[in-house]
Ligand binder design. Structure first.
Ligand SMILES: C[S@@+](CC[C@H](N)C(=O)[O-])C[C@H]1O[C@@H](n2cnc3c(N)ncnc32)[C@H](O)[C@@H]1O
Length: 260
């Protein structure tokens, strides 16, 4: 009998992420699923007073600018943490020279949903700092809000490693800090174009609840339907999460009820 090799995060070459093909497949035009994600995330940011967050995190930013744009009103500094060399190059170029024209409809939608966002996308991206590094470099409690889009489930086949990445994501924010995230639903390992197979861990709503319910409060999970305008990645849609890191010490799920 052969053994199945479970691929971990370190087994993939993130420096070689195919930025051009990834953008072409996902972000060169506004897809219905992006509209769903942006509506969800904008509703979180609308609840936050402009400029009231000192420091926020985009974990595994990749070349996706819309989560960074959405943070542009609430956050005075956004750390776009990313390990991949090609993604880092793309992000730096976008910040230095201004975002590609293909991001215009994304920003128009973000701004239509959050009146606190400035007129131009370049201005919204001004608080962004590109930070090379991985989830292992996140300093616990350093952020007022953390955002993560298509990362924990899309960078490993190992369910334990998925949980550890989600745990570090939660721990990234101070007690009471906010979390907003998107996950591909039930996506197996995937290819971008004709490139290599990237490791993924299929997750559904129950898997997200199992990981996040013991670690967060005010947990909400929504979903958008599978988007037929995207390539066939084997997913069944997108799961959207908002939550907070509890302000007090976490309560064990089976802790006895307080007496008295
Ligand atoms: C599927 S892409 C998602 C990119 C982007 N967040 C988006 O919304 O399109 C996964 C991203 O996670 C990054 N990544 C891989 N391993 C990571 C790790 N250990 N820590 C943080 N990011 C990682 C990859 O380089 C890539 O940019």
């Amino acid at each position: 009998m052969g053994t199945t090799h479970v691929r971990h995060n370190r087994d993939a070459d993130w420096d070689a992420w195919p930025v051009t093909d990834y953008l072409a497949e996902n972000y060169r035009r506004l897809h219905p699923c992006d509209i769903g994600v942006i509506h969800h995330h904008a509703a979180v940011y609308r609840q936050i007073a402009p400029g009231s967050l000192a420091r926020t995190l985009e974990l595994g930013a990749g070349p996706n600018l819309y989560p960074l744009m959405l943070a542009g009103a609430a956050s005075r500094r956004v750390d776009a943490l990313e390990p991949g060399a090609a993604n880092l190059r793309y992000l730096r170029r976008q910040l230095d020279r201004g975002p590609d024209a293909s991001w215009r409809p994304f920003y128009a939608l973000c701004r239509s949903l959050d009146a606190a966002l400035p007129e131009s996308a370049a201005e919204a991206l001004r608080p962004v700092r590109v930070v090379p590094g991985t989830v292992d470099d996140v300093v616990p409690g350093a952020y007022d809000l953390a955002s993560m889009n298509f990362v924990a489930e899309s960078v490993t086949e190992d369910a334990g490693e998925f949980t550890r990445i989600c745990d570090a994501f939660v721990q990234a924010v101070r007690p009471g800090g906010r979390l907003v995230a998107a996950f591909m639903e039930r996506m197996p390992s995937y290819r971008i174009g004709a490139g290599p197979l990237w490791p993924a861990c299929p997750v559904d709503e129950a898997a997200l609840r199992a990981v996040f319910a013991p670690r967060t409060s005010v947990l909400r999970i929504a979903r958008v339907d599978k988007d037929p305008t995207l390539p066939e990645y084997g997913d069944t849609g997108i799961l959207l999460l908002s939550a907070e890191r509890p302000a007090g010490p976490p309560t064990a799920p089976d802790a006895p009820a307080p007496q008295g």
